[in-house]
Design a protein around this ligand. Structure first.
Ligand SMILES: Cc1ncc(COP(=O)(O)O)c(C=O)c1O
Length: 488
């Protein structure tokens, strides 16, 4: 047989800037290799993300769902006949069992004992927060204490507190880190009169700066007789929350923020003893055991049932169980490790970006170190003369690059006001002088009167983020280097 010797041609692909960055990243963070399972998952379950060239950096807004979550949920619905769980017929009982199974899975996921805690299904975290706010037994002697860094749904409880004559106090956060000054906490807790019902509310993780406020505060507040509402909406998606360890009275969250699907379901995880203190301002179908119209009596249904108004979102509740099991199979530790590494790299790179005149491009709000922070970063871009780029312009340019991020104050005005150094007097003047207050008019006013920008650009990493996502954001950020706001 004749053999032909073919010349050996070696093809050297030039090393791209991405390849270089990727290999440096891997040497810097060897632990990233332990999270490879997420890359395989991204290929298999979230192919649409890369097929369509999306750079998804809005996990604090909402997480993404896997293909298999949808398939499993639809298969379940196709296989069974499910009726409204309020009846007692076979299809209803089958659904009731699924709903109860959903509650057990949630308790188990957060390591909450069913003897101590109940799960109340709500439409979202805000629905859970409102349940507590409207039923908390505030009196004229009570105090509602909350961190300035809070989502508006937690701020909104102040309306219920005020209507019942309770006092309201905010604990400030300290810029630039936007953490609490822990030395001042006992002073704030002393504001609560010992015999009155007093409520402290704070987020386990800020949806503005990513700060993780210390969960030890729960115990400190309990020691002084306070009830504690822990808003876990932006913490739970990338951190393990052990309810038995921290013992919050109320925990609020939305499931789409953890695993993307379904929307429309959140929960209030409530300690039975704390739930017993609440006084519901009304009753609804499903939440009462017995009502009389002619004698106008009613008896609330026991435990969680007394807090679920009308029919729960029963067709979607099994999808919550599917989602929690899915996350558990991946392991929250793997997700957490990846998010921490990507965030650390992102912070390091952002803070190194400098214009030719040596001035920094990025001002990052919140901690620069990874202790006590999660994967949410709020920032502003500045030009070489120190003039801030309008966040809406940043958003438009990001949209063109198919980067999904968020701008504004993210329903967390307190963190934003502290981050930008706006004081109460400046804000009062704005509210009094502006006939139609809007985020845009606030921005214009503060720029004109106090040369301060309001609002920030937020990027957040999560469940299936990868190095390419954060790398592409750095490339995008670099496009602002040496450009002036006026020229743009
Ligand atoms: C910390 C925090 N709390 C509460 C909420 C409210 O969640 P939802 O809009 O699902 O009610 C959010 C939403 O972004 C959040 O980030």
């Amino acid at each position: 047989m004749m053999t032909v010797n073919l010349p050996v041609i070696s093809i050297h692909r030039p090393v791209s800037p991405f390849d270089k960055a990727w290999s440096a990243f891997q040497s810097l963070y060897p632990a990233y290799a332990n999270t490879r399972v997420l890359d395989e998952l991204r290929r298999r379950e979230y192919g649409r993300l890369d097929n369509q060239g999306h750079v998804y950096l809005d996990y604090t807004g909402g997480s993404l769902y896997a293909k298999s979550q949808l398939t499993a949920h639809h298969a379940l619905l196709n296989h069974h006949v499910f009726g409204n769980p309020h009846s007692q017929n076979p299809t209803s009982l089958a659904m009731t069992e699924r709903v109860e199974q959903g509650r057990r899975t949630i308790l188990d996921y957060f390591n909450a004992s069913p003897e101590e805690y109940v799960v109340i299904f709500t439409a979202n975290a805000s629905g859970a927060i409102k349940l507590v706010g409207e039923a908390y037994p505030f009196t004229g002697q009570s105090h509602y204490l909350l961190t300035a860094d809070n989502h508006n749904s937690i701020n909104g409880i102040r309306q219920f507190a005020e209507a019942k004559g309770a006092q309201i106090s905010y604990i400030p956060v300290v810029p630039p880190e936007l953490c609490l000054d822990l030395a001042t906490i006992p002073e704030y807790l002393r504001l609560g009169r010992p015999q009155a019902p007093n409520l402290l509310a704070f987020p386990a993780q800020s949806n503005f700066s990513g700060v993780q406020h210390p969960l030890e505060l729960i115990q400190v507040a309990h020691a002084r007789g306070w009830d504690v509402l822990l808003d876990a909406a932006s913490f739970a998606p990338t951190n393990r929350l052990d309810v038995s360890r921290w013992q919050p009275d109320f925990v609020t969250l939305s499931f789409y923020k953890i695993f993307g699907y379904p929307t429309g379901i959140g929960c209030l995880l409530a300690r039975r003893s704390a739930l017993a203190k609440l006084q519901r301002p009304w009753f609804a179908g499903g939440a009462v055991s017995l009502v009389s119209v002619r004698s106008q009596h009613h008896l609330m249904a026991p435990d969680e049932m007394g807090y679920e108004d009308g029919t729960v979102n029963y067709i979607n509740i099994p999808a919550v169980e599917i989602g929690l099991k899915y996350v558990r199979r991946i392991s929250m530790d793997v997700i957490h490790t990846r998010v921490q590494i990507l965030t650390e790299w992102l912070i390091d790179r952002l803070l190194k970006l400098q214009h030719q005149n040596g001035h920094p491009l990025v001002y990052l709000h919140g901690p620069k170190e990874m202790q006590r922070r999660g994967g949410t970063l709020a920032m502003n871009f500045y030009d070489p003369a120190g003039v801030p780029f309008n966040v809406f312009v940043v958003e438009q340019l990001a949209n063109k690059a198919n980067i999904s991020l968020r701008t504004g104050c993210f329903c967390n005005p307190g963190a934003s006001e502290f981050a930008h150094g706006l004081d109460a007097q400046q804000l009062d003047t704005f509210w009094q002088s502006c006939p139609t207050p809007t985020p845009a008019s606030l921005n214009e006013y503060m720029l004109a009167q106090h040369t301060r920008a309001v609002g920030a650009t937020r990027v957040s990493v999560g469940l299936v983020s990868n190095f390419a996502d954060v790398y592409k954001f750095i490339v995008f950020a670099r496009s602002f280097l040496n450009r002036s706001v006026s020229a743009m």
